[in-house]
Design a protein around this ligand. Structure first.
Ligand SMILES: CC(C)(COP(=O)(O)OP(=O)(O)OC[C@H]1O[C@@H](n2cnc3c(N)ncnc32)[C@H](O)[C@@H]1OP(=O)(O)O)[C@@H](O)C(=O)NCCC(=O)NCCS
Length: 171
């Protein structure tokens, strides 16, 4: 399936609100991703992205519509060369290999256009699809944060995945 990683623009707000408004997306996300997801949420998010000079944000666009998003933000101080990655995709497009391709392209672009040394992600362990995406992109599972997540009245583990700039060629 063909898609592009594009810089966000306000004209994406309608299709963002449409694609993001699905409760399945938030099942294993931390709080912060709205559900229901309204046009106002979409406009607020894109407005923030446009005024954020620091983080990397890309819309996943297919057939001129936003079908997902991917972002990475550098930590601060001594951890400033380490970026935290997050991503989501509209459920109609799951399990077609799309996010694996998107994360691979995104990380390559970030490594080659910045001085970031490490990209990492924390994944709630029941989110098997997301763990697979990172593994297929060459991330190493580096550890487990036991019972660090409280979701739907239960504790879950989170796994930490990391990819170093020096490991890029191994993808
Ligand atoms: C996680 C997410 C981005 C995956 O996107 P995707 O485009 O479907 O991922 P891909 O198709 O590239 O890869 C998914 C892999 O997980 C596997 N998978 C999916 N569901 C699975 C399950 N329940 N059990 C085992 N494997 C599963 C797929 O088979 C595939 O692996 P394979 O290629 O080895 O067969 C998507 O499900 C999503 O947006 N989820 C909601 C938001 C989210 O959780 N974001 C990540 C937060 S850390």
């Amino acid at each position: 399936m063909r898609f592009e990683l594009k810089k966000w623009e306000m004209s994406f707000a309608n299709s963002l609100a449409e694609s993001a408004n699905d409760v399945r997306i938030v099942s294993w996300l931390n709080e912060g991703f709205p559900n229901p997801y309204t046009l106002q949420d979409a406009e607020w998010f894109i407005g923030n992205v446009l005024s954020d000079g620091k983080a990397y944000h890309r819309a996943i666009v297919s057939d001129k519509k936003v079908i997902g998003g991917i972002s990475a933000a550098c930590k601060r101080g001594a951890m400033r060369f380490c970026a935290e990655l997050g991503y989501w995709l509209a459920p109609d497009f799951w399990n077609k290999g799309l996010m694996t391709t998107a994360v691979g392209l995104f990380c390559e672009e970030m490594f080659s256009s910045s001085d970031v040394n490490r990209i990492q992600a924390e994944v709630f362990v029941p989110n098997v699809a997301s763990c697979r995406v990172l593994e297929k992109c060459g991330f190493q599972k580096e550890g487990v944060l036991r019972q660090s997540v409280f979701k739907n009245g239960q504790f879950y583990d989170a796994a930490v995945y990391g990819l170093l700039a020096s490991e890029r060629g191994e993808i």
